[in-house]
Design a protein around this ligand. Structure first.
Ligand code: FPP
Length: 246
């Protein structure tokens, strides 16, 4: 969710105003994904590297996050959304940890969209953490080195109960991954939106999905070997036209 700062700067506003408007985009995107029948959405809300930002911005962001989680949990629950988090949650302020814990507990049996918040997260942290856990299991004799396959490795990642992403959307126009889900995006399709995150609403999401639906995913094979599977029941084109008011 990139571009909050630039959105605010272009309007002569403090950076936090961009993050605040970004919460509206989170709301619209989560709601639209739920309605479309998307099963998994992972939002990169705060990276390990974001701790290096000015203290004021970090503490305002933390306050905003806490309020957003607290205010939205009931609505998410009534919309059958299951909340989850990945990252070094122990580094977050205690109050956020508690709000998160309550939200995750409350929504854990929901069967609709799984919404994963990546907080104090980085792909390299995830991989390093998995390697440490594997080394511990080998040391304790639970695992031998020749049993470490790609599948087994993935079980040690923080995303072990969610599938690898099909589509990765980056807002704000930059063409980089910025330490997000490094292992998991091996075969993800990329969509880079020029919109800053606060401008990203459902119409742009529909565009990203529509673009995704045109791609041929070959997973290293040749065209004749892959069968195109329908990716979604809903007609994204009519939704897109409606969202754009055409
Ligand atoms: C990146 O933009 C955005 C962030 C570091 C924060 C994202 C957080 C929110 C939108 C808050 C709400 C989140 C949830 C899950 C409720 P940037 O500040 O790096 O923008 P820039 O590249 O223009 O400086």
């Amino acid at each position: 969710m990139d571009g909050n700062g630039r959105w605010a700067k272009e309007r002569g506003l403090p950076r936090i105003a961009g993050h605040r408007e970004g919460v509206e985009s989170v709301r619209d995107t989560v709601e639209a994904c739920g309605q479309l029948g998307v099963q998994f959405l992972t939002l990169y809300a705060f990276s390990t590297e974001n701790w290096r930002r000015p203290t004021d911005e970090v503490s305002l962001l933390m306050r905003l996050l806490m309020r957003a989680i607290r205010d939205e949990t009931d609505k998410l629950h009534s919309n059958n959304v299951r909340m989850k988090s990945i990252g070094e949650i122990f580094r977050l302020p205690k109050e956020i940890q508690e709000e998160l814990h309550d939200g995750i507990e409350k929504t854990k049996n929901n069967t609709g969209l799984t919404l994963t918040l990546a907080l104090s997260y980085s792909g390299r942290w995830d991989i390093t953490h998995a390697v440490q856990a594997i080394a511990d299991d080998v040391k304790r004799g639970f695992l031998s080195s020749n049993e470490i396959s790609e599948e087994r490795f993935a079980h040690y990642l923080s995303t072990n109960d969610i599938p690898d992403p099909d589509l990765l959307i980056r807002t704000g126009g930059d063409m980089r991954v910025s330490n997000f889900l490094l292992w998991q995006i091996a075969y993800a399709e990329f969509f880079v939106s020029k919109f800053y995150w606060p401008q990203f609403r459902r119409a742009e999401l529909y565009k990203a999905i529509s673009d995704f639906q045109q791609r041929e995913r070959r997973f290293g094979m040749v065209s004749e070997q892959v069968q195109r599977k329908p990716t979604m029941q809903k007609n994204i084109h009519s939704l897109l036209h409606r969202a754009l008011g055409r």
